[in-house]
Design a protein around this ligand. Structure first.
Ligand code: GDP
Length: 732
């Protein structure tokens, strides 16, 4: 049956990692409770045969220690594999053959719980493999605090009780450790166990320090009359256990083991044989005649194994049924939710990266020369409109130019130098505005925005770190190429700073585009005007406009008068009089607030702008502009600037395409390959996949199902073994 317990311990450890809502999937374990200094550690170490628990006066057990003892074959030592070692499955420290190192690690893990927090619920998992241990699972808990002192506040008592309560629930077996020299009535361990197991059906009493009480008293305690437990009491003497280990440990910590155990047990044996009249069956008389109390560490070990085996055996059917139900539920959910489709973190990562690259390919295909050209032309057209607004539309002589264009006899040479100067200044404002940087920046920003779009779309919205890295790769490449590209473009548009030759087709194209732009601007202007009229009311707006006009007129006159006065002109009006003009207010006029006046000023401006735009659009549609030729550009600056803008965009695109885009589209996917996935370890891949909640759910359910299947298989085999073993017992 040893095998059964061992296999069930394995099953127990797997089940522990399957998250489950209730306790039906828990196989029993032994839980060791007792007050501080009751001898808990001494008992555990006697069972294990090693000193490995942390020692010290300052509450050294602050977390539960889940101890799994695994019996190994002694013969393996000869093949070079250590037969005795401890390992912490949660820490990945490997096999530790020096038990002082195990002790040190436990000490450090416990001390890492801050004193203020007192204790922590988070268990430390420790496995000990040895030919000298029975297959057992034991959980060592912090000792109950008897007297609250300075360094052990009342709150700690509470916390420890709560922690112990959590562990002594069904189906666990309680090992209640009590010192013989303390009245059992005062044992916190027994008190706690009685609360959850009043008949003592799953509590074993361990009475330590029997050597500290008279033997007849010790034997009486063990006889179990005062506080009866169905599983009974076992008495031990573990005195000097610790020092015995220390002195007789073999230099390799392994070979001396048999001696250690023997010498330790010897002391205990000696004690019980010295008091044989009380502890030996043959000597027990009266009511309990022939019934010896259970004594000794060896007896305790056997007792624990038997009880755990029995308990696990009787849990076997129940647990097998519970696992079967859980498994069916998990399998059903897996079928319904995922149609039995298995995934892995690796396949998810691969799919995600393929999808990213596919989308990137689409992006590269959809962001070629035509798209970039239209992007740049729109930006340059805006610039042209700004220049026109500044140079022409606010010019008081703007209408003059349109009228001159109507005069068919007039040639460009007849035009005032003024207009030639305006055209040159406007062209320079466009060609010398830093086209290289401007266009490179525009394209780089657009690429960045596209990549940001890729990196924030499903599924990357679940992977903010990866998204940030993707954006980072893009930025790095763009940054690296920026300077070269901007310089190249600037260099290549240089000729346009001196001369722009225009073909007839180009002219016609530019003219049409500039008409479209003016029409668009005109529409926006008129809409804005209408909005103001609607908001203020036409009549009120007209009055306010008139008021603004008259005030402006008066202030202009006043300024003129002041100027004349300063020049000392004899015929100047008295400055005082002209200032008064400004202040003079007409009582019949309604009062205008500043918001209304601002609206009036805006609408006046818009109306003027609208008139000019209409006039210019008409001029562009008229014969002179239509005909084109060198004649036309001074009369039709809009068309000319539009042509220049187009040439700039065309040239910029060619070089941006070579220097920036081609490089980017080549480098980016390689960067993704070599830096985003290939340097991910197994754990990182799993973490990445689990960032996506859908994938996490899928993986969780899948793993749960797989683990339950594995457990079920083991349990099925065990049930068979158990039944076979039970059958002959029942028959005999
Ligand atoms: P814990 O705090 O419950 O883990 O108790 P320990 O195992 O550390 O024991 C507390 C003290 O009691 C130590 O000094 C042990 O040496 C001593 N001790 C443990 N078992 C016995 C025993 O059977 N007899 C005697 N005389 N002392 C013991």
């Amino acid at each position: 049956l040893q095998q059964l317990t061992r296999k069930l311990i394995e099953v127990r450890n797997i089940l522990k990692s399957v998250d489950h809502a209730d306790d039906t999937l828990t196989l029993p374990s032994m839980v060791v409770i007792g007050s501080q200094s009751s001898g808990k550690s001494s008992v555990l170490e006697a069972i294990v045969g090693h000193e490995f628990l942390p020692k010290g006066s300052n509450m050294v057990t602050r977390r539960p220690i889940e101890l799994t003892l695994v019996r190994t074959e002694p013969t393996r030592a000869s093949r070079g594999t250590p037969v005795e070692y401890g390992e912490f499955p949660g820490l990945g420290l490997g096999r530790i053959t020096d038990f002082r190192a195990v002790q040190k690690t436990l000490f450090d893990l416990n001390m890492a719980v801050p004193a203020a927090q007192c204790v922590s619920d988070e268990p430390i998992e420790l496995r000990i493999h040895s030919p000298h241990v029975p297959d057992l699972t034991m959980i060592d808990l912090p000792g109950y605090v008897q007297i609250a002192g300075m360094d052990q506040p009342e709150e700690l008592r509470e916390k420890i009780s709560t922690l112990c309560e959590k562990y002594i629930r069904e189906p666990n077996i309680i090992l209640a450790v009590c010192a013989a020299d303390v009245d059992l009535a005062n044992s916190p361990a027994l008190r706690a166990s009685r609360k959850v197991d009043p008949l003592g059906l799953r509590t074993i009493g361990v009475v330590t320090k029997l050597d500290l009480v008279p033997p007849e008293e010790g034997a009486a305690i063990l006889r179990n009359n005062k506080y009866p437990l169905a599983l009974g009491y076992v008495g031990v003497v573990c005195k000097g256990m610790t020092s015995a280990f220390r002195t007789s440990r073999g230099h390799d910590g392994v070979s001396g083991e048999g001696n250690v155990t023997r010498s330790v047990l010897q002391g205990e044996n000696d004690y019980f044989s010295q008091h044989a009249e009380h502890y030996l069956a043959a000597n027990v008389r009266g009511r309990n005649a022939g019934q010896a109390p259970l004594t000794g560490t060896e007896t305790l070990r056997r007792r624990l194994m038997a009880v755990l085996e029995e308990s696990m055996g009787s849990s076997l059917h129940g647990i097998a049924n519970a696992v079967q139900i859980e498994l069916e539920e998990a399998a059903y959910q897996f079928k319904v939710q995922y149609n039995d489709r298995s995934i892995s973190a690796e396949s998810y990562v691969a799919e995600t990266m393929d999808a990213l690259k596919a989308r990137f390919k689409d992006l590269a295909a959809g962001f070629g020369k035509p798209e970039v050209r239209s992007l740049l032309r729109t930006a340059f057209d805006d610039k042209v409109m700004d220049i026109l607004a500044q140079m022409y539309w606010t010019d008081a002589r703007a209408s003059e130019l349109s009228q001159l264009a109507d005069n068919k006899k007039l040639t460009a040479q007849d035009l005032d130098r003024y207009w030639q100067y305006k055209l040159d200044a406007s062209t320079s404002a466009l060609t010398k505005s830093g086209i290289g940087r401007l266009s490179t920046q525009l394209v780089a920003d657009a690429v960045r925005a596209h990549i940001d779009g890729l990196a924030s779309a499903e599924p990357f919205n679940h992977h903010p770190d990866a998204a940030e890295r993707i954006a980072g790769f893009a930025s790095a490449i763009l940054r690296e190429r920026f300077g070269i590209t901007a310089d190249q473009v600037e260099n290549c548009v240089k000729p346009y700073k001196y001369e722009v030759e225009v073909e007839q087709v180009e002219w016609e194209d530019g003219r049409r585009r500039s008409i479209d732009l003016l029409d668009k601007e005109l529409r926006m202007c008129d809409e804005a005007l209408k909005r103001i009229q609607k908001a203020v009311g036409s009549k009120r707006l007209r009055e306010a406009e008139a008021h603004v006009k008259s005030v402006e007129e008066r202030s202009r006159k006043a300024a003129l008068a002041r100027l004349r006065a300063r020049e000392g002109a004899a015929d100047a009006a008295d400055p005082a009089t002209s200032d008064a003009l400004l202040e003079e207010s007409d009582p019949t006029q309604p009062h205008y607030n500043s918001a209304l006046l601002a609206k009036a000023r805006e609408s006046t401006f818009l109306a003027d702008r609208s008139a000019i735009l209409k006039m210019r659009a008409a001029a562009l549609r008229a014969k002179r502009c239509k005909t084109g030729g060198p004649e036309a550009k001074a009369f039709c600056p809009e068309a000319f600037l539009s042509v220049v803008a187009d040439k700039l965009a065309y040239t910029s695109v060619m070089f941006i395409n070579i220097e920036l885009l081609a490089e980017f589209f080549y480098q980016f996917p390689r960067e993704i390959d070599s830096h985003l996935i290939y340097d991910l370890g197994k754990e990182e891949i799993s973490r990445f996949a689990r960032e996506n909640p859908d994938v996490r759910k899928h993986l969780d359910l899948q793993e749960r199902k797989e683990k339950l299947e594995m457990v079920m298989e083991k349990l099925d085999a065990l049930v068979k073994v158990y039944q076979e073993k039970q059958a002959p017992q029942r028959n005999s």
